[in-house]
Ligand binder design. Structure first.
Ligand SMILES: Cc1ncc(COP(=O)(O)O)c(C=O)c1O
Length: 382
């Protein structure tokens, strides 16, 4: 592939740190067996890979017991496990207008099939919620609050700690979708009163695709999504009750999790605070540059306000997909156009009919990359 300016980190980060690639190669060589299913060395090595990954994640999110972290294939699987495993007929859920379809669709599915009720808290055009409005939606049936930590369209950052406190004071559980925040914002499940945390391995945690996870507080009972072999209690007809086996049936992606472990260790070394700062400075530079492009309208928080590494925009009389196509084919710049699996956020931003172009930066993105993108758009609009 020719050289590319990769500005699609909100979908999947790329490239990965060399340590991630090396860890995956090594796992192929020395841990290529089934964890938990044998006592031979390769099987034990594979078990160790999974445990080390859980331990690194537990350190990052301040989780007491690494076995409360379930390893999944992505955020979507984690959200499905949390939502379908926790909710029961008659439950009421509070979610927000910046939820991704990965949270919204399982909620809507349960609405249709078992009659849960869901209220979506409105957000401002910039992607912020009013805590008073959140508070006003609680009732006696409210068991779960689902909240996206950072909008994958707007980059806005939601006040998770305050929402965690509200949920706790009403006896409800907070489920956080950390797809756009894990690795970029500091997350402490205890301090933020997070009952369940769904996260990807392949975005800010710098691991490979096909990895993610769900933290489930030890106080919460969640039914498994999958039943099957775990290598433990094989004589029992029921899924083992012990974590993480209860939620991890079948052969896992050991090689992927070895990469995720290495990715999380890089994040711990750099720190989410440093990564956030780096990405924020790039978004500010991008916004300053884009402000002088003809017909440009940027979405999300104003210049100078907190935001994750996402800048979405629409250009007057330009089709978003056509713009993204031009950036790719004529300038070698990878961005993402369309509706970003979040129609509710587009409705809030007023772009439900046009979609938008989203440029998203990562740890490897440089100021030059940002300047090249701004210049390309300026030329296209000249
Ligand atoms: C906010 C949000 N939630 C969920 C997802 C789904 O993540 P995954 O692709 O890891 O399933 C994404 C992906 O972009 C996202 O941005």
């Amino acid at each position: 592939m020719g050289s590319v300016i990769y500005l699609d980190h909100a979908a999947t980060s790329w490239p990965k740190p060399p340590e991630v690639v090396e860890a995956m190669k090594r796992a192929m060589e020395v841990a290529g067996a089934n964890p938990g299913r044998g006592s031979h060395r390769m099987a034990l090595n594979a078990s160790r890979v999974l445990y080390n990954t859980r331990r690194a994640l537990a350190q990052l999110f301040n989780v007491n017991n690494p076995n409360d972290i379930v390893l999944t294939g992505n955020t979507t699987e984690a959200l499905n496990l949390a939502i379908k495993g926790f909710l029961r007929e008659g439950d009421h859920v509070i979610a927000t207008m910046v939820e991704h379809n990965s949270a919204r669709r399982p909620l809507e599915y349960l609405k249709r099939t078992i009659g849960i009720k869901v209220d979506y808290v409105p957000v401002t055009m910039n992607g912020q919620v009013d805590l008073k409005e959140v508070e006003g939606l609680f009732n006696h049936q409210t068991r779960l609050v689902v909240c996206n930590h950072s909008s994958n369209l707007l980059g806005s950052i939601l006040p998770i700690k305050n929402i965690g406190e509200l949920a706790a004071s009403h006896g409800a559980i907070l489920l956080v979708d950390a797809a756009q925040s894990a690795g970029m914002l500091s997350i402490d499940v205890e301090e933020m009163k997070i009952g369940m945390l769904a996260f990807p391995g392949h975005k800010g945690l710098l691991g490979p695709q096909g990895t993610g996870g769900l933290y489930i507080s030890p106080d919460i009972d969640v039914e498994p999504l999958m039943h099957g072999g775990t290598g433990s209690q094989s004589e029992a007809i029921d899924q083992p009750s012990v974590r993480p086996d209860r939620y991890e049936a079948g052969t896992p992606n050991v090689v992927g999790y070895a990469g995720l472990d290495a990715g999380v260790r890089k994040v711990l070394e750099w720190t989410p605070e440093y990564i956030y700062r780096h990405e924020w400075e790039l978004t500010q530079r991008m916004m300053e540059g884009l402000a002088s492009v003809r017909g440009m309208k940027m979405l999300g928080p104003e210049l100078g306000e907190p935001r994750t590494g996402i800048v979405s925009f629409v250009v007057e009389n330009r089709d978003a997909s056509e713009l993204a196509f031009k950036l790719d084919r004529e300038y070698g710049i990878a961005v993402r156009a369309g509706f970003h699996c979040t129609p509710l956020a587009h409705m809030s931003a007023g772009t439900e009919n046009t979609g938008a172009v989203r440029a998203s930066v990562g740890i490897w993105t440089s100021k030059e990359d940002v300047d090249i993108m701004v210049e390309a758009l300026a030329k296209i609009q000249a």
